[in-house]
Design a protein around this ligand. Sequence first.
Ligand code: CP
Length: 332
Amino acid sequence: MQTFLHGRDLIGDLDFSKEEVETVLDVAWDLKRKRALNEPHAYLRDKVLAMLFFFSSTRTRGSFEAGIAQLGGHGAFIESKTTQISHGDTAKEIGEIYGRYFDGIAIRHCDWKIGNDYLNEVARNCRIPVLNMQCDVYHPFQCLADLMTIMEKKGRDLKKKKIVVSWAYAASYLKPISVPQSLVIQMPRFGMDVTLAYPKEFPLMPEIEQQAADEAKKWGTSFEIVHDMDEGMKDADVIYAKSWGPLMTTDDPVKGKALQDSYTDWIMDQRRLELAKSDAIYMHPLPADRNIEVTDEVIDGPNSVVYDEAENRLHAQKAVMALTMSYATIFK
Ligand code: CP
């Protein structure tokens, strides 16, 4: 077990080794049990986490803020629009200055071709852990909660279990591609066979698809891409069907929306659920476009685990904060 995570950043899903992720999950389950038993677990007394948001949030904000408080610390909620960032504060300055006030900086910045670079620039210039609350490339804390949920429902040994990560239609907005990207590179390490399903204009970043194939080969699992939602569902143990924007095809929002609107039939419904194994679980990070992306029947049905999945954000994030922020000494 690799436990020495003090001072480490978590920006990309593979920043932590498989053994380190196993440690995170182990601690997360311990913290989940402690919370259920009302056992105090103030591992981060007097520590303060800066939570810098460039993009809205329900779950991420709530779970990080509740999590740091339950660990005995405090979360400072900071929206970029109420800072001097738009007046010139650079990523380097945020890293240097907030690194001296706080004990960890969590950032959500989903702007395409900007967010991940911003987080890395802050990380290069600060002395404390930088935690990725979602960028344009990765959503690692969502993925940790997803992995934790899958193991709770399907057992810790996921060898030969099939996850289908499928595109689905949404009408609300062009959603980031970070969730499917994190899933396809993380799940092979835990033995899952990954099927990625999308209409041909909706690929993930080519380097991520290549990394998913490389990880599958390394861990002896499979990675396949299909362009038919029904085909993707066949014999799946885990269905992760959600929307994302056609960012590899166009970053023009009007053209992207027009492309998206040509695939309204990619909805996760009961007929498709029945193509998977009878005990398949349905997952979605939320928010979902109800009855557009997924039917009420599926998301509120017996196969859906979306609320357990959302809950596990809290426990997984507490585990990473406790492991990375607990020392007074800086190790970066
Ligand atoms: N799943 C997720 O990240 O939710 P929020 O956008 O509400 O934080």
